[in-house]
Design a protein around this ligand. Structure first.
Ligand SMILES: [Zn+2]
Ligand SMILES: [Zn+2]
Length: 303
């Protein structure tokens, strides 16, 4: 099953040359989940050959513009391009009012339905679940209510040992039952033991998205042991005081979080526009947590 995230933007606050503010596209089993939608997100999707029409779920962390100013444009384009299937939006409640005001004054009547689920920034809870993935909110500590999102794959079906099944001429129509872990009693009295013909599937992976926040133990438990942690790293640690004032995190702190929660891989992003190159942020994080990558636009990370 595909489980990967493509970075569409990782600048904080304002776009700068070559860097767009925050947005990411998560692909889980060929279903598409947009995480934040800053200005420029539509162009980024086009640039990287990703289809906006395939997105069925949008998650907005908070109402600072660098995380949602692209949403009204995206929703309008989907409408103009003839979308009729509903779109689910997970967001702070006030976003509905903002969007409806924009639709009202542009006399826009969407041809498709927007289905809202409002986030509660004060507690971690499961807000979405389907056959592929469970999404849980992460309590963050920012200047305004802000929610991270943890995506955890559902446990996959067992893997078939095809060679052995074919060798023993087990009927193909029984394969789906074997994948579900069932032992089979055949009419002739034979028993097909599941463990003889299947192996366990890989453990479900998880992706935790934490932007924007102060480093705060309030969210450590929720993201414990995640496979890939995206954590904002707006500043170098020499700017710690500025990070605290603005409720952001330094690259060093992001790496400390990855260590504390036992993440396997760290992606840092939400870089201040003061940094023309990002190598110092990467080096700083790597000094604490080696398996760190920069969330560079256009790169797809397998989870
Ligand atoms: Zn931000
Ligand atoms: Zn913010």
């Amino acid at each position: 099953m595909t489980f990967e995230v493509t970075i569409l933007g990782s600048s904080s606050a304002t776009p700068i040359f070559n860097r767009n503010p925050t947005s990411q596209l998560l692909n889980c089993n060929e279903k598409f989940y947009l995480i934040d939608c800053a200005e420029g997100t539509q162009q980024q999707l086009i640039k990287f050959g990703l289809k906006a029409s395939k997105i069925d779920y949008v998650f907005i962390s908070h109402l600072h513009g660098d995380h949602y100013f692209g949403l009204i444009g995206l929703l309008s384009s989907l409408h103009l391009n003839g979308r009729i299937k509903p779109l689910h939006i997970f967001c702070p409640q006030a976003l509905q009012e903002i969007l409806e005001l924009q639709f009202k004054h542009s006399d826009t009547h969407l041809k498709y339905e927007l289905i809202y689920t409002f986030t509660d920034a004060t507690k971690s809870e499961v807000i979405f679940e389907n056959n592929d993935v469970t999404v849980e909110t992460i309590v963050l500590n920012h200047r305004i209510p802000c929610t991270g999102f943890k995506f955890t794959e559902k446990k996959r079906l067992r893997k078939l040992l095809i060679d052995k099944l074919e060798q023993d001429q087990v009927p193909v129509e029984l394969y789906p039952l074997l994948k579900r872990g069932v032992d089979l009693d055949l009419p002739n009295g034979d028993v097909i033991k599941n463990l003889d013909y299947t192996t366990d599937s890989a453990e479900p992976k998880s992706y935790a998205y934490c932007s924007d926040t102060l480093m705060d133990e309030v969210y450590f438990e929720t993201i414990k042991g995640c496979d890939t942690l995206y954590h904002e790293a707006t500043f170098l640690h020499e700017m710690l005081e500025r990070a605290k004032e603005t409720h952001h995190t330094t690259a060093l702190q992001a790496a400390e979080v990855a260590n504390i929660v036992g993440a396997k891989h760290l992606l840092i992003g939400h870089f201040s526009s003061r940094y023309k190159t990002l190598v110092e942020l990467l080096d700083e994080a790597k000094s604490v947590f080696t398996n760190t990558d920069l969330a560079i636009e256009g790169i797809t990370f397998k989870i």
